[in-house]
Design a protein around this ligand. Structure first.
Ligand code: UTP
Length: 291
């Protein structure tokens, strides 16, 4: 069976990033770098690898650094060219007009609201959602793995990962049905269940493939956990109407919205790099952080 191709991705970047204050007071959380690339660039490159043609950013006040990052930096580029320096390092940051669109979320009312703000640009086709602060390391990338699953089963897909029992109250959690390899049928979804009430320890991670009908559901979605309009709650209302699966990601995820997760991601990437890996490993050994 062939399904409508996935061409568009929504990047909600309107959150306040309060867990990372004061670093995120004047700088978007999505611009925090893992070694030398901001989180948002990794997410955009992951989307490109998965065949996405249009990147839709849902931004908010104070997020203009993201727009600048994906624009042509005329002075920088002409100075570098004048000094005989290659511009290759900027390749994935110079998106073409038409490849990128911005829409503003005027108030941070929640992830569901952020996605709904993109409804006119998404139109009547399936789309991906990527949360840049969930940093996913895998080959192929997480969204490509999800697109491969989408091509098999269609419908709605969410990235799923098992978390410790004492962590389920921080996530959307899946009531699982039948399992087939990396695919788990989703029978129910609950956002941030109270400790001890989670239906499983299969948590929703920040990658989604959604059908456009979710926009109509979001239209009437009321605030849920944390007083925010939750994407999970809208998705839960679609279960039964359309196929719904979790895809277990083959790779490692770092929660870069959290300070410890962010530092772990930096260390994991740094030690694997040819240029700085040896020095970082030597330092980590020196302070007893690795063998
Ligand atoms: P988080 O739950 O991590 O919230 O949002 P946050 O505001 O970004 O960060 P903290 O918790 O205050 O530190 C998950 C994702 O949803 C986006 C965020 O940008 C992040 O990618 N989001 C959240 C929005 O775009 N708009 C919102 O109103 C809320």
């Amino acid at each position: 069976m062939s399904f409508k191709p996935l061409r568009k991705a929504v990047f909600p970047v309107g959150g306040l990033g309060t867990r990372f204050l004061p670093a995120t007071k004047a700088m978007p959380k999505e611009m925090l770098p893992v070694v030398d690339r901001p989180l948002i660039q990794y997410a955009v490159e992951e989307a490109m690898e998965a065949g996405i043609e249009q990147m839709i950013f849902v931004t908010g006040r104070g997020k203009s650094a993201i727009e600048d990052h994906f624009d042509i930096a005329f002075e920088l580029e002409s100075t570098m060219t004048g000094r005989g320096k290659s511009l290759d390092i900027l390749d994935a940051t110079r998106l073409q007009p038409g490849q990128i669109a911005y829409v503003r979320q005027q108030e941070p009312l929640g992830l569901g609201h952020a996605v709904w703000c993109a409804r006119h640009i998404v139109g009547d086709e399936p789309f991906a959602v990527l949360l840049a602060d969930d940093f996913m390391l895998g080959t192929p990338g997480c969204l490509k793995q999800m697109v491969q699953a989408y091509n098999q089963v269609g419908g709605n897909l969410i990235c799923a990962q098992e978390v410790d029992d004492d962590q389920t109250d921080k996530y959307g959690v899946i009531t699982p049905g039948a399992r087939d390899g990396a695919l788990t049928e989703v029978r129910g979804l609950v956002e941030k269940p109270k400790a001890g009430t989670a239906p499983s320890n299969l948590a929703v991670i920040g990658r989604y493939v959604l059908q456009p009908e979710v926009m109509r559901v979001l239209e009437t979605q009321e605030a849920g956990a944390g007083g925010e309009i939750q994407l999970t709650d809208a998705m839960a209302r679609m279960i039964g109407d359309q196929p719904f699966h979790g895809v277990t990601f083959d790779g490692v995820r770092y929660d870069c919205g959290d300070k410890a997760g962010f530092l772990q991601a930096n260390l994991a990437v740094a030690v694997e790099r040819e240029d700085i890996g040896p020095a970082v490993r030597a330092f980590a050994r020196e302070i007893g952080a690795c063998s």
